[in-house]
Design a protein around this ligand. Sequence first.
Ligand SMILES: Nc1ncnc2c1ncn2[C@@H]1O[C@H](COP(=O)(O)OP(=O)(O)OP(=O)(O)O)[C@@H](O)[C@H]1O
Length: 667
Amino acid sequence: MPETIDLDNELAAERHHLTESRAALRRMRDRAEALFGVGDKVAGDAYTAEQLGRHMARRVAELADDPGTPLFFGRLDFDDSSYHVGRRHVVDDAGEPMVLDWRAPLSRLFYRASVRDPQGVGTRRRFGFVRGELTSFEDEHLDRGEELGTSSRILTAEIERPRVGPMRDIVATIQPEQDELVRAELTDSICVQGAPGTGKTAVGLHRAAYLLYLHRERLRRSGVLIVGPNTAFLSYISAVLPALGEVEVQQSTVDGLIDRQPVRAADSEAATLVKHDVRMAEVLRRALWRKLAKPTEPIMVPDGSYRWRIDPEPLRRIVDEARREHLPYAIGRERVRARVVGLLQRQSEYRTGNSPGEPWLRRMGKVAPVTEFLDAAWPAVTAEGLVVEVLTDPSVAEGILTAEEQEAIRWVKPPRTVKAARFSAADQLLIDEVAGLLERETSFGHVVVDEAQDLSPMQARAIARRSEHGSITLLGDLAQGTAPWAAADWRDTLGHLGKPAASVVPLTIGFRVPAAVVALANRLLPALAVRVPEAVSLRRDGDLAIIAVPDPSELDSATLVEVTAALEHEGSVALIAADSAVERLQGHLTAAGIEHATPDDVEAEARVTVVPATVAKGLEYDHVIVHEPADIVAAEPRGLNRLYVVLTRAVSRLSVLHAKPLPAPLG
Ligand SMILES: Nc1ncnc2c1ncn2[C@@H]1O[C@H](COP(=O)(O)OP(=O)(O)OP(=O)(O)O)[C@@H](O)[C@H]1O
């Protein structure tokens, strides 16, 4: 059987290449560490030493080898050469490539070459690994018209593998439609509308890694930011970028971006709605700029034996001019101060014949008459102070907000001082909005926003301020919108984000949810009032069980039985329930001696996670057990959308237990 022997030899050769590549990576890391050690001795000054130190530490971290993940996952054979494709570049001692980074231009062919357009690739080889051990490979001879596409055994195994712990990268199996998005230009802002499990999150994270590779210096200076819906989601995705060698990407919720003040108050529902409404931006802008007043008094500045004077007319001109320059408010104020001092300087030069020096200019900027003029014509404002004013007396919103809306946000008991004010979570948005009117925010080079369908206009504006000079990748699914302000059309969100021209691209191939489960969830779509393309599941496997429990008092115990049965299978188990039922169910599990974790504890040993329905977004588990869908739907106005999210978390099996009738579209 010569074919078998040949294959064995091939496999042995590939394993040898893997061992050699690992050794080469270790030597690269040793060299980096050695350099790290001498870095502070060769660097001239403390600053350079620190910079160099940080650079080297990063380099060493980037070169870390994770024995659990394969160093390469594919190979491309051309006529006269072949390359292994992997998570990062590995070179031998002579600098020759042993593994090409998946982001290198040549590696692109691994994802994109096809029989129709082989782009010079003769054979594409994919490797199968078990716990870091290379165990198999699969060849597509594109030059002989062989192509596996999504029927690749290795791709199927990867998609169907049991899920444990945090999210993993998908570099080995990025699909052409995903690759197109991952490798979009840095200057392109894109919006990805994708059904559940189509790889939106994966695409966003890989795009961040790709852009960092291609524009390393530029993006390192300006930074890359990933915005996610909650901390459970952020911990779930936190391992992906480091596994790709990217250790310096900031990940945050929107609240985390804008937390200038502690949250010490809660809003009514009506107040929350108003504060997230884009009209609040207009209210705050008006409240701020109304503070400018026309100068009516001259400025008189005694200066030794002289006395300088500026009349109201030139002062008015200075204020008007600065206003027309559309500068942020605080910068405008300083501009006015500088121009006033400029006029004083000219008078002084004219009268004394000398040019006053820096100290004189600084003193003039601060003398009482100048400060008093500024405080009257262009008063100093703090973001917190202005928000306190508006919430104490919302009448400034006249004509923008209705009388009821003004009442909804009015503070019943205004604080005596700004310091004593107790701000709510939504107030942080208002404070951030004003801060953006006062000063310029620094922009990230690229921002990835996940679960973007739930951004309120004011949240989108907070992100816009941080990406004014950069591009964005917006990821979401309109059908999964659960916030009261959830978008019905991506154009609206893109407008608030300041990227109205971004293209909206659909993803439709589902990698997570088995076809039977997708079919169930899709029954909800017509009731969700959004127009989105349905997902087509790649997964033919999977089980769906809908279990009616006739006696409501037995629903919890039936759920417990289902959890116990689920533990017979490999992989993770999630019990998802209406938030109000979570504590009770946790109690039952504890009483039954079943270990269980919370969704933000991704390192937990427990195989069962109890997930409140409102936290399930973006997460996935092998076996999902949904407890009483009717309660999940009843808990909030967009409960059906929430149920759609909950039903689409299952990778292999979904069990739905109900005592109440199933919500209409499912019944
Ligand atoms: N090309 C791929 N190869 C293998 N697995 C993939 C691929 N694309 C996505 N997946 C897997 O499918 C699952 C769903 O991906 P992901 O969470 O990115 O989807 P999503 O569109 O963000 O889902 P949701 O809308 O539910 O948030 C993940 O386990 C991911 O690793």
